[in-house]
Design a protein around this ligand. Structure first.
Ligand code: ATP
Ligand code: FE
Length: 335
């Protein structure tokens, strides 16, 4: 069974072809244009998707070594995401499926970040049900109890900023480029995580809050640069390490709590921030300390990609699922 996956929810145009759960191609076109603005500009993102989508899909099919007539279904991201971006992928997927007379399958982007763990990949095990998934990305921070592929319940989430935003906004304060997550990660490896202390927010239950941290970092930097204008430059690695240490502490505390409350010891992460080396390390420590079995996605399936959309398409295809041509994109689609 050959499935094409198309992803266009934010600023990456991506397409992937999967054969019976194994990835044959995984193409991502990043949009560099947003770097100059320090964040994604929706209108520009939508226009770039329009330019990229045909060559990206073409390349995915070609690299898979098949022709479009070999495809059994087309899956696409229906939401959540930026409406203008989603519309490009949705319209394209509809036309392609219609033209080829094959099933059209809609996919929830946040479910896909979780179900990326079911891609057949040597050396990667698939989590057994039920398991806990912490989705940590640019727009979301959730702890999800996954009972089955399409039976998921959000048991905790952020009440303000997403964890990816915490990385990106902190980076902006430090004068780093967008997105700042990867750079903070890189610098954190050379810094002392105990150099500076930032207080963790107090939030009830399994929910998160990250907006206070960003403000704390802003005030801290303003205070220090008053006495030493070169403070950021001289301490950048230590500041990055301390910020990352604090964020990971917040994430692990809640994950620990969720595991205790549900009695579930199979713990997975997904989403762009799961590329972070610190959180990957912390999960490994959790295996020894809390008896967890952890599931960490392969690097290329962490940030936005179409392989995860294709695998969900495949899982839905196996259940005999398909959707109608009149389906519409949904910017705020829930799990
Ligand atoms: P959502 O999935 O919620 O719709 P999104 O698709 O924009 O949001 P992703 O592509 O999944 O988000 O993740 C992007 C985020 O991941 C950015 O905030 C980026 O800074 C962060 N990120 C990527 N790599 C790292 C890293 N190594 N360390 C920390 N953060 C990272
Ligand atoms: Fe994403």
């Amino acid at each position: 069974i050959y499935i094409l996956g198309i992803e266009s929810s934010c600023d990456d145009t991506a397409a992937s072809v999967i054969h019976n759960g194994k990835i044959l191609s995984n193409i991502v076109a990043n949009q560099k244009i947003h770097e100059a603005y320090g964040g994604v500009v929706p209108e520009l993102a939508s226009r770039a998707h329009q330019q990229n989508i045909v060559p990206v899909v073409h390349q995915a099919i070609k690299q898979a070594g098949i022709t479009k007539e070999d495809l059994n279904a087309v899956s696409f991201t229906r939401g959540p995401g930026l409406m203008g971006s989603l519309l490009v992928g949705t319209s394209f997927a509809k036309s392609l499926a219609y033209g080829l007379s094959i099933p059209l399958i809609d996919v929830n982007h946040m479910q896909a970040h979780i179900l990326a763990h079911y891609i057949d990949e040597d050396g990667f095990k698939k989590p057994p049900f039920p398991f806990l998934a912490m989705t940590i990305s640019g727009g979301h921070t959730q702890i999800v109890k996954v009972n089955h592929y399409f039976d998921m319940k959000v048991i905790g989430e952020t009440i303000d900023d997403a964890v990816g935003e915490a990385f990106d906004k902190s980076g902006k304060i430090l004068g780093l480029g967008y997105p700042a997550g990867p750079e903070i990660d890189k610098r954190a490896k050379q810094g002392n995580p105990q150099a500076f202390k930032f207080t963790k927010p107090k939030v009830d239950g399994l929910n998160f809050s990250f907006s206070g941290l960003k403000t704390a970092i802003l005030y801290f930097v303003q205070r220090e640069t008053k006495t030493n204008p070169n403070f950021i430059k001289e301490n950048l690695n230590d500041i990055c390490a301390s910020i990352q240490y604090t964020i990971i502490g917040i994430l692990i505390d809640k994950l620990k709590k969720a595991s205790k409350e549900t009695g579930i010891k199979h713990v997975a992460i997904g989403g762009g921030v799961s590329a972070n080396s610190g959180i990957r390390q912390a999960l490994k420590v959790g295996e020894q300390k809390f008896g967890w079995t952890t599931y960490i996605p392969k690097f290329e399936y962490t940030t936005d990609n179409a392989a995860m959309i294709a695998i969900v398409g495949y899982l839905k295809y196996l259940e005999g699922y398909s959707t109608e041509q009149n389906i519409i994109a949904s910017a705020r689609l829930k799990i």
